[in-house]
Design a protein around this ligand. Sequence first.
Ligand SMILES: [Zn+2]
Length: 258
Amino acid sequence: MRIGAHVDPVDPLAAAAERGAEVVQFFLADPQGWKAPEPRVDAAALIAADTEIFIHSPYVLNVATTNNRIRIPSRKLLLAHATAAATVGATGLIVHGGHVGSGEDLAIGFDNWRKTFAYAAEQGGFATRVLIENTAGGDNACARRFDALARLWDSVGEFDVGFCLDTCHAWAGGEDLLDIVDRVKAITGRIDLVHANSSRDDFDSGRDRHDNFASGTIDPDLVAAVIRAAGCPAVVETPGGTEGQSADIAYLRERLAQ
Ligand SMILES: [Zn+2]
């Protein structure tokens, strides 16, 4: 299994080398903003590199929402990021599962997801496979609890959608990590990427605060077991910069070698 990290977008290949990462994930635009991604001068180097590349879409996107002033730009920006991700040779584009407002019907959120893929198909399809990521919080999330995830997949499964499993989000979201890969695969049929993170918070806290394996609340052996069972690349999205992430990567490699 290839192990790596979410890194700063300034020089992802240098950041990967510093960490001993075989996989890198980064943003192509401000994660808190609505700007379209700019072409990258290092696109050719990124494509040529042995390092596998994943792109994370901005956090502000919510294709599930009933608010069309958020939903429509989210849909368009997701398509733009998929196009841009292809120019750097990315394997996948990660996007959070999104949510509807409190008191609103989740069925609308699932249908908005279906419309997102239908819209993209009309535009020629996503240039990079979209990986929907499970999220940690909220009672109206499309991909926190796996009963909701199953309904989401009923809506989008026909579109060759990928899945990204975040261990911190699953734990904080109240989904047991012990048999989680089997439970996910029973719904999605696949896991394309693991976000291997510990958590600063307790099980089912609903809080999204990542932590390093040495200090977090999740048994690190469980995270390693998830990666092994998933059999796909994994990236740490943990704090502490080069030092913190290098230690987390080394920990996972050591456990996976056993
Ligand atoms: Zn994540």
